[in-house]
Design a protein around this ligand. Structure first.
Ligand code: ZN
Length: 432
């Protein structure tokens, strides 16, 4: 039992505008929301006057290991990314590099108000790497769904998935199967991924529907043929599905993760934001790869807002700032399989909360006119004053509680090793 926490007098967005209210937190859970709540004995009171109080953001798909190679590949395309990042850098990662990368990614996320991430762990995949990754998530104190990817050709992978699930435990970190899926052609592996997720009773998140219309159609036919449709499956980069196919995904209880910055930067087709939501699919936002674009949720909300409103067919002009905020919170939580745990400010939800300053030149006086627009169109990480995960304060008065200097030292050491290893590997080719 910890002492209760009363967040007093903030402008609360649940993410819908509730008005000025207090939020009472007991044992990591939101106990009450309303104006003028009585202050319990022994409560810590956090003054939120002049602040916007939001649900913590949910990033539905981020390759956390890539925190160690942030910025290695701007101005790229998907094939170049696959060659350089997965083919070049990933094999050079030692477990300590993975730890440094995942920790750095988690601290970036928390600093910008992202309290939940789906970590799509498609980097190096030995048990030691998986353990280092999971440990970094735990040490960072972020809520995470660790997306375990089955190593191709590894005889022990089924037992390894079970072991990783145990390693995640039953705290803030849970497990999903991060399935490469049928689009990449290994149908035996894809079938194994789906069956393993069913056996472990964990969510599937899969990169499907983003690799050409033909592959997208073939992938859904594979689910039909093998009877593998599974409710709660999250489709990442699903831009190549038709509106009809989105209706089928909705009927089967699927969700979608859009990566509006990376998809437009790397030459995927137009983000499916509005088309997926029109089919009734909970659709979350995601940073994807910090090798090639930043990972704060403000940038992602704006990328989604502008790409959707800029759709050539004009239909996207119905997409609003409130839609973007819902995707970053409530719908993101649904896509992450945590729809009844986080993503809203309501009694019974986990106290994953963000307090935003409004007294900054780039934000004032927007909250007076439209607090949702203030968050989606004007705020950035500088405005993130206080962040709570399950009631624990991880950022206070604009500063992360974690040992940031230590994390940066680890990143610097890993960056030096990785840059050296990759340039060494590249030498023979360059000489040829
Ligand atoms: Zn991805």
């Amino acid at each position: 039992m910890t002492s209760p926490l009363l967040i007093r007098g903030g402008l609360v967005l649940s993410p819908r505008v509730l008005g000025v209210a207090d939020v009472l937190v007991r044992d990591g859970v939101i106990a009450a929301v309303g104006p003028g709540l009585p202050v319990p004995d022994d409560a810590e009171v956090v003054d939120a006057s002049g602040r916007i109080v939001l649900p913590g953001f949910v990033d539905t798909h981020r390759h956390m290991w890539q925190g160690a190679i942030r910025g290695v590949l701007p101005d790229t395309t998907l094939p170049a990314y696959l060659g350089r990042v997965l083919g070049g850098y990933a094999p050079a990662f030692r477990p300590e590099d993975l730890y440094a990368g995942a920790l750095g990614s988690a601290l970036e996320a928390l600093d910008s108000g992202v309290t939940t991430v789906v970590d799509w762990a498609h980097g190096p995949d030995t048990p030691e790497h998986a353990d280092a990754n999971v440990q970094a998530l735990k040490d960072a104190g972020i809520r995470a769904v660790y997306g375990y990817r089955h190593a191709a050709g590894e005889a022990t992978r089924a037992t390894e998935a079970g072991r990783v699930r145990e390693a995640c435990g039953d705290g803030l970190v849970s497990m999903a199967v991060a399935a490469l899926g049928p689009d990449f052609g290994d149908l035996d592996l894809a079938r194994e991924e789906w069956l393993s997720a069913r056996e472990l009773d964990v969510m599937i998140t899969t990169h499907m529907g983003g690799h050409g219309r033909e592959n997208a159609t073939a992938g859904l036919a594979f689910l039909d043929d093998q009877d593998l449709w599974t409710p709660g499956t999250m489709y990442v980069h699903a831009n190549d599905y038709t509106d009809e196919q989105f209706k089928r995904i909705a009927d089967h209880g699927g969700t979608v993760a859009v990566s509006p910055a990376i998809e437009t930067a790397m030459g995927f087709s137009l983000p499916a934001t509005g088309r997926a939501r029109a089919a009734g699919i909970p659709t979350g936002l995601s940073a994807d790869a910090v090798t090639s674009a930043g990972g704060d949720m403000f940038s992602l909300m704006r990328a989604a807002y502008f790409t959707e409103r800029g759709r050539p067919d004009g239909v996207g002009l119905g997409f609003t700032a409130a839609d973007a905020l819902r995707m970053a919170t409530t719908e993101g939580a649904q896509a992450a399989g945590l729809g009844d745990i986080t993503g809203e400010i309501a009694p019974g939800r986990q106290a994953d909360l963000v307090l935003l300053r409004t007294d900054l030149p780039g934000i004032a006086p927007a909250p007076v006119h439209d607090p949702v627009a203030a968050v989606v169109l004007y705020a950035d990480t500088r405005a993130v004053d206080t962040v709570l995960v399950a009631g624990r304060i991880v950022k206070r008065d604009g500063r992360l509680v974690a040992n940031v200097a230590g994390a940066l030292d680890r990143l610097a050491a890993s960056a030096a090793h990785l840059a050296e290893a990759v340039s060494r590997d590249a030498e023979p080719e360059a000489a040829a």
